[in-house]
Ligand binder design. Sequence first.
Ligand SMILES: [Zn+2]
Ligand SMILES: [Zn+2]
Length: 160
Amino acid sequence: MRILSGVEARRAMRSVLKAGEVASKSGCGRAKCGSIIVNNGKIIGEGFNSSAGGEDKRCGVSKADFDLKVTDKTCCVHAEQRAIMNALSRNGDRIVGSRLYFARLDKEGEVSFAGDPYCTICSKMALDVGISEFVLFREEGICVFDTKEYNDLSFEYMSG
Ligand SMILES: [Zn+2]
Ligand SMILES: [Zn+2]
């Protein structure tokens, strides 16, 4: 992981804020997240979290109600998944070597600091399609992870 500075950081911050704008379209009752995928300065895919098929609303269901074997207990299709699917359908030939930006909004609708990576669903998917870097806006700055590293960290995650 490396923390960006200078021009690189300012440019990346614009993409983080753009991901935040995308996040504001989410209708999720728990969290509003957005993601954009950029290659050579061009947005090739974007997405926000929302219910599967626009119908299957589970935002009010407690994760504790699901069995341990239910692999993804989150209510919505994740913003990163949506952005990846969007990029595959619009710019499938440009996804290899791209960079994914992620943003989560706080209650006031501002982009909030991300914690440690933990979503193995998105990390595996990003790695599998050939996205090179995963970017999080964190307290220490804008952090760029190699996607392989991001996937390893997600699997190593420990809460508390
Ligand atoms: Zn939801
Ligand atoms: Zn995810």
